[in-house]
Design a protein around this ligand. Structure first.
Ligand SMILES: Cc1ncc(COP(=O)(O)O)c(C=O)c1O
Length: 509
């Protein structure tokens, strides 16, 4: 085998010291070029699946071409076909930019290849994960006794939390007897703005999407607490078992923060589990002005967080915290002889597999720990405050303009607005009833066209939201590289592209 490998340019499975150094230098040079050119890159490619397949072919390689040739292919062919989520004007979805220190942490995590299943598998890395989870807990102000684990992302954190909520609140041992043995349907309460991963988790856990009760929101897109109480009481009267209230600290659509203190109080009064989905907004608690709105983190039974969002870390890294770690154990602990822990000292017998759904687990904690150890909290806090300031500035510019209109309050770093051309503005001012609805529908269509064109253009990138039934351009500012000047460039890009699309005809009936 060895002679076959050396007869080609193929990279060896095990490089020599010199080869390893050469590979490292080549990759590092590539990374430096990427970082240097990031701001000037076209943000997203305009391409098709067929074109990409044509570039890469599909033959299974029997012999490799070597690392140098593969890196050229990566840089020249693959990189331009990615969307550059670290670009300072990537405002779509809830996308982390990635920080350089974490690129190295991910490299080192793969090098060490620690598998964080149980203490004995990786003593140092396990303790680092436990310390990093405590740091995350303290960063956001969760309950001092809370503990948890890193998971793949916010969806998995929500899933893990709901599994524990159901396990702890079920009147039977649902883990053993199964959901079909429940005497009454268990119901949970979310808002119409809650991320879909919560309903998906309920489906996967056989709670059933019919039992996910969507509470309406107020004008600021926060859960209406009066309606929540009424729905809980209705369900009790109808013979169901309410078991969990899910509040959101930063909704995915508009960034609204539910009235978490009131939700905590209602959950406690009715004996329900209180979960907070803080996947998007949780780390905004680093900013003192936001922290007070998230004081209820200390009262939550569980919290879903995403260090791969507003801690700027590259995917993947989510985190689930439990106020009572015994709840996670009761949910996830399983007995199997090949997994038996023989050490009786509590710390050294710690097993992540008893606290979450996964067995083999990557050393995700390394990038959390390295970021905080190497960079520290102060620059993170400053970057979060800068993102909040950018969002506030964008909202002000939108409000001060003649051709844009803000569609939702800006509580964190999401700004929802739309473009309203002068003709449409005149039509809106004069139309009423069905005529006005017609103009609104055309504005929806116009803004959708504008968004698609913006994404194709490649200078700035936004995604969309439905705000009170209207199509909104949605900017989520969550990138330490983004500056106030980027807010002006975004609006200029939208105006330039709107001009190029040409005036939408026939704004009034
Ligand atoms: C509020 C909220 N919850 C959950 C999620 C899901 O997170 P992930 O994509 O890490 O699974 C998101 C993603 O944007 C989110 O914004």
């Amino acid at each position: 085998m060895a002679s076959r490998a050396t007869s080609t340019n193929a990279a060896p499975l095990e490089p020599s010291t010199d080869e390893l150094r050469g590979w490292g230098e080549a990759v590092l040079d590539l990374m430096v070029r990427y970082h240097e050119g990031l701001r000037d890159r076209r943000l997203a490619p305009s391409t098709t699946s067929r074109e990409i397949r044509a570039v890469f072919g599909r033959a299974l390689p029997e012999e490799g071409v070597g690392l140098a040739a593969t890196l050229v292919e990566f840089e020249e062919r693959l990189m331009p076909l990615a969307r550059h989520n670290g670009h300072p004007r990537m405002f779509g979805y809830v996308q982390s930019p990635g920080v350089a220190v974490a690129s190295f942490a991910d490299l080192l995590a793969s090098m060490l290849n620690a598998n964080l299943t149980v203490w004995r598998s990786a003593p140092g890395p396990v303790e680092i994960e436990r310390i990093a989870v405590e740091w995350v807990r303290d960063m956001i102000g969760a309950h001092a006794g809370a503990d948890g684990i890193f998971v793949s992302g916010g969806s998995m954190a929500n899933f893990s939390a709901l599994a524990a909520a159901r396990r702890m609140k079920a009147p039977i041992d649902v883990g053993r007897e199964g959901a079909q043995a429940l005497p009454r349907a268990m119901r949970l309460y979310v808002s119409t703005e809650t991320h879909h991963s919560v309903a998906k988790a309920a489906t996967l856990l056989a709670i059933g999407s019919d039992h996910v009760r969507e509470v309406p929101v107020d004008d600021a897109f926060r859960m209406r607490v009066d309606t929540l109480e009424a729905m809980i009481e209705d369900d009790l009267r109808a013979g169901h078992q309410p078991f969990c209230v899910v509040g959101t600290a930063g909704t995915v659509g508009t960034g609204a923060i539910d009235p978490l203190d009131v939700l905590a109080e209602i959950a406690q009064r009715h004996g329900l589990w209180f979960h907070i989905d803080a996947s998007y907004g949780g780390f905004a608690a680093l900013a003192p002005a936001v922290r007070t709105k998230m004081a209820a983190f200390a009262k939550a039974d569980s919290i879903a967080l995403d260090p791969h969002k507003w801690m700027y870390l590259p995917v993947d890294c989510g985190c689930v915290l439990f106020r009572d770690p015994a709840a996670a154990r009761a949910t996830f602990a399983h007995q199997a002889e090949y997994m038996r822990v023989m050490d009786s000292a509590p710390a050294e017998s710690f097993a992540f597999w008893d606290h979450g759904p996964e067995l083999s687990r990557r050393f995700r904690a390394l990038k959390v720990w390295m970021l905080l150890r190497a960079v520290g909290l102060a620059p993170l806090r400053a970057a979060v405050e800068k993102d909040l300031a950018c969002a506030a500035a964008l909202a002000e510019k939108v409000e001060a303009s003649q051709d844009f209109e803000r569609l939702a309050p800006v509580e964190l770093s999401i700004v929802c607005f739309r473009h309203v051309p002068a003709q449409a503005r005149r039509a809106l001012d004069t139309a009423s009833g069905a005529g006005r609805e017609g103009v609104e529908r055309r504005l929806d269509a116009w803004n959708e066209r504008l968004l698609v064109a913006l994404q194709r253009d490649g200078s700035s990138y936004m995604s969309n939201a439905s705000v009170g039934g209207r199509f909104a351009l949605r900017a989520c500012i969550m990138n330490h590289r983004t500056t106030l000047a980027d807010m002006d460039i975004l609006l200029a890009d939208l105006r330039r592209i709107a001009g190029a699309l040409g005036e939408f005809q026939g704004w009034s009936e």
